[in-house]
Ligand binder design. Sequence first.
Ligand code: F6R
Length: 368
Amino acid sequence: EKGGHEYFMLKEIEEQPEALANTLRGHFSEGRIILDEQRLADQDLREIDKVFVVACGSAYHSGLVAKYAIEHWCRLPVEVELASEFRYRDPVLDRDTLVVAVSQSGETADTLEAVRHAREQKARVLAVCNTNGAQIPRESDAVLYTHAGPEIGVASTKAFLAQIAANYLVGLALAGARGTKYPDEVAREFRELEAMPEAVNRVLDTSNAVRELARNVADSKAVLFLGRHVGYPVALEGALKLKELAYMHAEGFAAGELKHGPIALIEEGLPVVVVMPSSKGRATLHSKLLSNIREIQARGAQTIVIAQEGDETVRPFADHLIEVPAVSTLLQPLVSTVPLQVFAAEIAKARGYDVDKPRNLAKSVTVE
Ligand code: F6R
């Protein structure tokens, strides 16, 4: 049942193109995005004036990615909240607030309680969930299921990519209903999403090189991850995977924060993973990250750079270069996350750990 793989997680990494394709399938028709369950009228969606995404762990990182897409496509303010923090503040919610609850299991206690709190305040709740009929979708006004299939490995991989794709669909559904995107623009964005399973396939083709690199740094004390814009949540996710699986100290930072503290951590030989933005779409950010890499390399760090194919400018500063297909900026997390999953799994294996069942962790966290 592991399909020839030693661990479920490794199989699930390979299943990501299929998970993405299945999540997108059937959700687009005649210029419109179609949700699975919709107990909200288009009129309700038009009246939304603020969005909260609430989630935990990797699902929270998928929400951070969603913020960039929804703000850009819908011109709506989006806040992304850890579900465990959300209801202990006094978040400002009313019937024109949309709360998007993202959860693979649909049973995460903190996320469920955040949903209940939101509904008590009359907010509308949309669930993005991988488990049919779980509690969170049952208590929500609308549902979009990710069709990643059952995820056995405790660390989320294919469900995470599917969450990102589903969150984009939520953004496009909102943009369509609110008229911030015309049907032909929604169609164009959807077509781009449909090309992503193939792009992820191409990333998977480079896994052997990533594994070799991972074995070379498996003895390091720590690994840092840097990114900007949508690369920032990717950096956080890369660090979380490494903590969970390899029990290594790993931190993700927004690269712009480097000079505000984290650069003090840089020392000889420290592996630092940098998620580069596109040199075309994000030229300014790209050049800022280039100077970050130069700085950390000058201080002796071992730079591991994830960059788009054809980005020659990074070569001189990358001790190790991982190339991913060039896709539009907002979609980059779908390709740049994959090598980080492979990286973490291989380091964990090299250290002799069970990557399906990391110590102290449960697949679904049903207590607060
Ligand atoms: C990380 C991981 C966890 C989950 C988190 C939320 O690899 O698996 O951080 O993402 O516990 O779980 P769900 O999505 O089921 O609410």
